[in-house]
Design a protein around this ligand. Structure first.
Ligand SMILES: C[S@@+](CC[C@H](N)C(=O)[O-])C[C@H]1O[C@@H](n2cnc3c(N)ncnc32)[C@H](O)[C@@H]1O
Length: 275
């Protein structure tokens, strides 16, 4: 079966559907990209054309296909220590303050971190590496890192913890030896102690956040294609998910600055929920 590009009407229908379900706004310029990605789904299944696929996707029987659909249409690019300054802050200032507060009895010895829109998990594992680098002062602490994404495919890769060389370029030689293992086919496997505090679950950021609240949330390179209305909804969920005194770390292209008024701004990337 040969499928051409989506017609303008079909393109519009799929875009509206993606927006309604995820908040992702596909730009006008992405007709070819979206056609190629949806074509892969259509030809892999029992559908004869885009319209019958759309009909299935939007019917009650299409619920299980939704996961594959979002796997196909989302961009899951990620890497370890992406925007390194965020992890410098996390490893030094954030952890130093938390340890000091715990020593003074102002906080419990626990941390819950959320990598929201984690793709294949590099952000969550980078956070785990930062915690391991501080393991002596965090001895006896209860540490949890949750990675969530709308794409089940990305989460499957995340749970395996195997990465291409390009994804780990930001990991220093010393840290690679300590926290990763090179596989026979030149990939990089995350070591068990890095995986230990990390779990992954499917979650759509347009829906209410996971509980209990988090001490630090990373939301980076996720909301680029969201419009203002969808971003506002996601921001409400993120603020709701932050524990008092918790921090939100925002990516360079999220475009959220104007919406983060309820939080205290420390810098362009860092916001605090004051108690
Ligand atoms: C480019 S990756 C960013 C990964 C990581 N945060 C980083 O900065 O390296 C964006 C991820 O956001 C996810 N995403 C997009 N819309 C989402 C939604 N509504 N709910 C949850 N995840 C979403 C995509 O599936 C994709 O894996």
């Amino acid at each position: 079966m040969k499928l051409d590009q989506l017609t303008p009407q079909q393109f519009q229908r799929f875009r509206d559907f993606i927006y309604m379900k995820s908040g992702i706004r596909i730009p006008d310029t992405k007709l070819t990209l979206l056609s190629n990605r949806i074509r892969r789904r259509v030809t892999s299944g029992a559908w004869s054309d885009y319209d019958s696929y759309y009909g299935h996707l939007t019917s009650t029987k299409g619920t299980s296909e939704l996961e594959f659909f979002f796997d196909a249409v989302t961009t899951n690019e990620t890497s370890f220590f992406r925007t390194a300054a965020h992890f410098d802050w996390f490893s030094t200032e954030f952890l130093t303050n938390r340890v000091a507060q715990a020593r003074r009895g102002e906080r419990p010895k626990s941390l819950r971190i959320w990598s929201a829109g984690c793709a294949s998990g590099a952000e969550a594992y980078t956070t785990a590496i930062c915690l391991l680098e501080n393991k002596y002062r965090l001895r006896g602490w209860d540490l949890e890192i949750l990675g969530t994404d709308i794409s089940e495919d990305a989460l499957r890769i995340a749970r395996e913890g195997v990465f291409r060389p390009r994804s780990v370029e930001g990991v220093s030689e010393v840290q690679r030896k300590r926290y990763l293992r090179e596989t026979d086919d030149g990939q990089w496997q995350v070591r068990p102690e890095v995986m230990e505090p990390v779990s992954f679950q499917r979650h759509n950021l347009m829906t209410p956040p996971p509980k209990p609240a988090f001490d630090c949330i990373f939301i980076r390179n996720v909301l680029i294609y969201f419009d203002t209305e969808s971003k506002t909804k996601v921001v409400q969920h993120l603020i709701q998910a932050l524990a008092p005194g918790g921090f939100l770390v925002v990516g360079p292209s999220e475009g959220l600055y104007a919406m983060l008024d309820p939080l205290k701004r420390h810098s362009a990337f860092l916001y605090e929920k004051c108690s």
